[in-house]
Design a protein around this ligand. Sequence first.
Ligand code: ATP
Ligand code: MG
Length: 376
Amino acid sequence: MPIEKENASKLRAIFDNAIDGIITIDDRGKLESINPAAAKMFGYNNEDVYGQNINMLMPEPYHSKHDRYMKNYHDTGEKKIIGIGREVLGKRKDGTTFPFFLSVSEIQLEDRKIFAGIIHDITELKKAEEHIREYALKLEHSNSELQDFAYISSHDLQEPLRKIQAFGDRLMQKESANLSGEGVDHLQRILNAASRMQNLINDLLRLSRLTSKLEPFIEIDLNEILAHVKEDIEVLIEKNQAEIIAEELPKIKADPTQIRQLFQNLISNSIKFSHPDKKPLIKITSSIFEEENYQGEKEIYVRILFEDNGIGFDEKYLEKIFTVFQKLHGQKYEGSGIGLAICKKIVSRHNGNIEAKSVLNNGATFIVTLPANPLN
Ligand SMILES: Nc1ncnc2c1ncn2[C@@H]1O[C@H](COP(=O)(O)OP(=O)(O)OP(=O)(O)O)[C@@H](O)[C@H]1O
Ligand SMILES: [Mg+2]
């Protein structure tokens, strides 16, 4: 077979067998060729459409605008889709529509110009996108319901608890003489449990307020934040003869109250979980780096390390320590196990990240990464 003939039949076969639709029109918008894939997508036989205006395959308002658009292109050369491609809607013979990606190229033949459109059906893709959007909405909804639930339930639990405490106290004060020794002991246990429950409820309320009472992000100097925290926990520092060595820290955009809370939780943990034979030493260092965020944009991050010489923990419990009410070192240490859950929530509100490294009995390091300029 001569080469030209073979080439022509090869092109013909590609046209006929392509999965995507291929349509050509003349410079007035009259349809000249349509491959089987395109005919099938639009629900026509090839013969039905030859010589017809291409706008028959478009729903309104594109249907009415197309002639004007082609004229405008001839007059001004202004391109809207040619050479670029975009998502559009097609109209089938039965009137229904479907989304497709259309790329249009302009082809100069010897004596005239034609346009070729390649049509890639994206119905399935759109359906999947829609599913994801619906799913994300549902998640957001159930997330905010959960937050409301945590807030409302802990708030409402306070009232009956106050009654237990108030009447328990009264019983202890006025009636303990009428109770046996065992009775007094039981009553005392009830009161202790009620006060532990009060602490837990307060902690839960603090945790849920983190997302309900939001302050906007402003530029803050982390050195100043640290200085304030040191003042706030001055007594704790002195009592434990703790030493805090901090490098010069950068400025970032953040919620000052929350970052203060973050620093305070981490530093007081380091002091609380200090080694019985060592004076607590906390080193705070930082670094700045650039990385792509989850949207693929370059972003400047600040990483702050809080390194202590305390009792540490087994890294296999790493996930656990950031969970609400999870403590590794038992009742010996005060606290309800909410501090790190708060830290995690604060950091994620800032689109950052918190991790930890440790060896049991050999200190712990908490690593906080925050974008320097997060979106509020
Ligand atoms: N610097 C640290 N060194 C060793 N273990 C730590 C350190 N920080 C936290 N942990 C472990 O992680 C657990 C969870 O910490 P978290 O701050 O959430 O709770 P907590 O300090 O026990 O109580 P709360 O913060 O509510 O007062 C702690 O109970 C402790 O076992
Ligand atoms: Mg803590």
